[in-house]
Design a protein around this ligand. Structure first.
Ligand code: PHE
Length: 368
């Protein structure tokens, strides 16, 4: 600790400020270094002959212009007070555990390892089922254009089918053509379009992701939720491929005892369209409160890709200089989309969707 005396190059205010900040820092470090030996600390700074406080103040005051003596004196006084305070309360500046007032006999603070959120867990489970069937994963943007979210999926502008998927639209888009206006995507289906414009068949993809709708939050609805979409396009894809694939997926997710049934439904981008129901996993189809005494639980939407969708895709491919690849005369496909929250709620018997977003540890810990 035999440092030489630091130089003070100028007596103006900023230089003094900086020089004394460095000294104060020196006091703190030496206090920590000599925590076990306060007397050494005292001698180092306040020793009558060789103490640094004396040596430095003499050196700096000697060549100080008259008007700098007062500010220098004030600062040396403050430094001295800091040194004396460190001597009186070594605990606050020293580094040994005892000096820091740490009780080393207390049990340590345990930090629980994190776990995947139950929604992500279910989403991964669904995706994995399709990975095993040879599907790969595709993702798309949550802020989507009207073209991908609606128009290419055969929801014409102003068509009433759009009312079922009301959403938040991005402000200040009025000057853009309506197909370019941005909105929060209402489903993962726009990624079907993005994928087909990008790639020619065969296609087998799953699309997990976040979607948005203008729905009031209640026990089973949330304005932001998650879907897993699927798309399979190739030659000779039929409705029985769709049925077999989804029957397998439901058995993989809910157990081999579940049955599936397909109900006619409507989506603008599939024809024919169906809703898939599974036999109630709570009562094995006998009828209970959970399945409203029907024995069946409605789970997802699906259907054969509408030729109008293929036409929109090929039109866009051509516009981008790509060869058309989706002639419905020799290409067919199916698509499906399911809500992740709904599936997770059924898997775990959760009655309120809000639990997923509350961040309540008592809820989340149950999935560790
Ligand atoms: N996109 C539809 C929805 O969100 C679900 C769906 C996907 C239906 C694919 C058919 C085919 O309601």
């Amino acid at each position: 600790m035999n440092e030489s005396i630091p130089q003070l190059l100028s007596y103006d205010e900023p230089s003094l400020e900086a020089a004394f900040a460095t000294l104060a820092e020196d006091v703190r470090t030496t206090a920590a270094e000599t925590a076990a030996d306060p007397e050494a600390f005292r001698l180092h700074w306040l020793g009558r002959k060789q103490g640094r406080l004396k040596l430095i103040s003499e050196a700096w005051l000697k060549s100080a212009p008259a008007e700098a003596r007062k500010p220098l004196g004030i600062r040396f006084n403050q430094l001295k007070q800091q040194i004396e305070a460190a001597l009186e309360a070594p605990a606050s500046t020293a580094s040994s555990p005892a000096a820091q007032g740490i009780d080393i006999t207390l049990p340590g603070a345990t930090r629980a390892p994190g776990i995947p959120h139950p929604l992500l867990k279910t989403m991964h489970e669904i995706v994995a089922v399709f990975h095993h069937l040879g599907y790969s994963t595709n993702l798309g943007p949550q802020v989507e254009s009207d073209f991908y979210n609606f128009e290419a999926l055969n929801f014409p502008p102003n068509h009433p089918a759009r009312d079922t998927q009301d959403t938040l639209v991005i402000a200040h888009q009025q000057s853009r053509p309506s197909r370019d206006r941005l909105l929060m995507r209402t489903h993962t289906s726009p990624v079907q379009i993005r994928t087909m414009i990008d790639q020619a068949p065969p296609i087998r993809i799953v699309i997990p992701g976040k979607v948005h709708r203008n729905d009031a939050a209640d026990a089973t609805h949330s304005p932001i939720f998650h879907q897993v979409e699927g798309l399979c396009v190739d030659t000779n894809i039929t409705f029985s491929d769709l049925k077999g694939t989804l029957d397998h997926a439901m058995k993989a997710l809910f157990g081999s005892a579940v049955k599936t049934r397909f109900f006619p439904s409507f989506f603008p981008f599939t024809e024919p369209s169906a809703d898939v129901q599974i036999s109630c996993i709570f009562c094995n189809g006998k009828g209970c409160r959970k399945c409203k005494h029907s024995g069946w639980i409605e789970l997802l939407g699906c259907g054969m890709v509408d030729p109008a969708v293929f036409a929109a895709v090929d039109q866009q491919r051509t516009a981008q200089g790509k060869p058309p690849a989706y002639n419905p005369a020799n290409i067919s496909g199916f698509a499906f989309g399911m809500g992740v929250e709904r599936i997770a709620m059924i898997q775990h018997g959760i009655s309120d969707i809000g639990h997923f977003y509350s961040g309540d540890m008592r809820f989340l810990e149950q999935f560790a």
